[in-house]
Design a protein around this ligand. Structure first.
Ligand SMILES: Nc1nc2c(ncn2[C@@H]2O[C@H](COP(=O)(O)OP(=O)(O)OP(=O)(O)O)[C@@H](O)[C@H]2O)c(=O)[nH]1
Ligand SMILES: [Mg+2]
Length: 393
């Protein structure tokens, strides 16, 4: 079974007008009947996401989208959803046909603004008699290479796959980049309390351990109460200590002088988002007063729990500090406002469910609008006095 989390997969979205063959292409690429195909324009009404392994690219999510030219009443709502898909798109595939180029050029322009690598294809070449001329026309318009495909017959599929692979990010991002090197001993302090899932480790811990092993480091794991013993087993101090924020004070007290200290939250804020902007963002706390407005944005729409960080813990800490009248809006899932300017600070969750592109799209919106943004891990580290005592970059 493939268990690469969605957030770690490269998101490839297919765009094109109604009946361009987007769903047919998704089904061909995945080798499964993922999406309904029909000659009725507007068959796909909502984006459909399917995890898959793309030969040569690895773990991916393929996203089928509704037609770009849908002019029905619901069409504009669907278009808004399609635009939202761009927030998480790592690679866009734009299908042209012989039915016009406006909608396709618009989405390409949007991809350029967002710096999303694109693959441009002319579809239906089994049907279009003069497809060479269309390819030439689209090549002239887009000033780039155009691939001729037929999702129906499978023509051009190999060239399309290669073009998609060529768009993959050049280097893989690392969680611990710059914090340790091959041969280093890394101590991971990981409380396994009631909140921890039964019988397994949480995703950030699993990912970090795996990466350290891949990088030739030697991870040593312990719970906070065993940290002194763990250190005593080592001939020299670990080069790096990574702790859960909860255990910070104890870990800080026991940390050998020679060890670098950081936290899982900081490493993931850096891995998933823009740590420089997040640490800059928390400086906005200096100017927060009771009449300020804060937006807390959650990536998932889970049922709130008792000690939920975003819905309970953070608002409580912030109100205690800045006054009960502090205005806090909380949004979840896809409800991230287009206009962030009413806010003095945006606090985003760790976004374990989002891919990096999705987090960066949201961060970029705040940055463009001049609104301070930070994330849960970084603000909690700042509010509890951890931020000044850990390495962040
Ligand atoms: N001849 C030919 N027909 C195709 C090709 N790709 C798709 N079709 C047909 O075109 C029609 C529309 O295909 P879909 O895959 O549903 O198109 P879509 O882009 O997903 O359309 P919407 O969901 O309505 O936006 C179907 O009847 C397909 O069988 C192709 O490459 N050649
Ligand atoms: Mg479709």
């Amino acid at each position: 079974m493939q268990t690469t989390p969605t957030s770690e997969r490269i998101h490839i979205a297919i765009f094109g007008r109604c009946n361009a063959g987007k769903s047919t292409l998704v089904n061909r690429l995945t080798g499964q009947e993922v999406s309904i195909v029909s000659d009725v324009a507007g068959t796909t009404t909502d984006p459909v996401q399917k995890p898959m392994e793309l030969n040569g690219l690895g773990a991916a999510v393929i996203i089928d989208t509704p037609g770009l030219d849908d002019s029905t009443e619901l069409g504009s709502a669907r278009m808004a959803r399609t635009a939202k898909m761009l927030d998480k798109t790592d690679i866009a595939v734009v299908l042209f046909t012989d039915e016009g180029t406006d909608a396709e050029m618009n989405i390409l322009a949007e991809c350029r603004i967002r710096e999303i690598p694109t693959v441009v294809a002319v579809a239906h070449i089994d049907r279009i008699a003069n497809y060479d001329a269309i390819v030439a026309q689209v090549e002239a318009l887009t000033e780039g290479k155009v691939i001729a495909i037929s999702a129906a017959t499978g023509q051009g599929m190999e060239a399309l796959r290669e073009a998609i692979i060529a768009c993959r990010p050049a280097d893989e991002r690392l969680i611990t980049e710059g914090f340790c090197k091959a041969g280093d001993t890394v101590l991971l302090v990981m409380p396994q309390d009631k909140a921890a899932p039964k019988g397994r480790l949480i995703q950030p811990q699993v990912q970090t351990i795996r990466e350290l092993l891949d990088r030739g480091c030697m991870p040593l794991c312990c719970t906070p109460d065993r940290m002194a013993e763990a250190l005593a087993t080592l001939a020299s101090p670990p080069q790096l200590i990574i702790t859960d924020s909860q255990a910070f004070e104890d870990v800080y007290r026991l940390k050998p002088e020679a060890s670098v200290l950081t936290s899982f939250s900081i490493l993931f804020a850096r891995y998933k988002g823009d740590i420089a902007l997040f640490t800059e963002g928390v400086k906005a706390l200096r100017n927060i007063t009771e009449s300020s407005r804060i937006l807390i944005a959650e990536a998932c729409t889970h049922t709130p729990q008792n000690e939920d960080i975003g819905r309970v813990k953070l608002p409580r800490i912030l109100r205690k500090r800045f006054g009960e009248g502090l205005h806090i809006d909380i949004v979840g899932g896809a409800d991230y406002p287009e206009d962030l300017t009413p806010y003095d600070l945006v606090i985003h969750c760790g976004a374990c469910m989002f891919n990096r592109k999705h987090v960066l799209s949201r961060v970029e919106r705040a940055r463009k609008q001049g609104v301070a943004i930070t994330n849960y891990g970084v603000i909690l580290a700042a509010l509890t006095g951890i931020l000044d005592r850990v390495r962040t970059q």
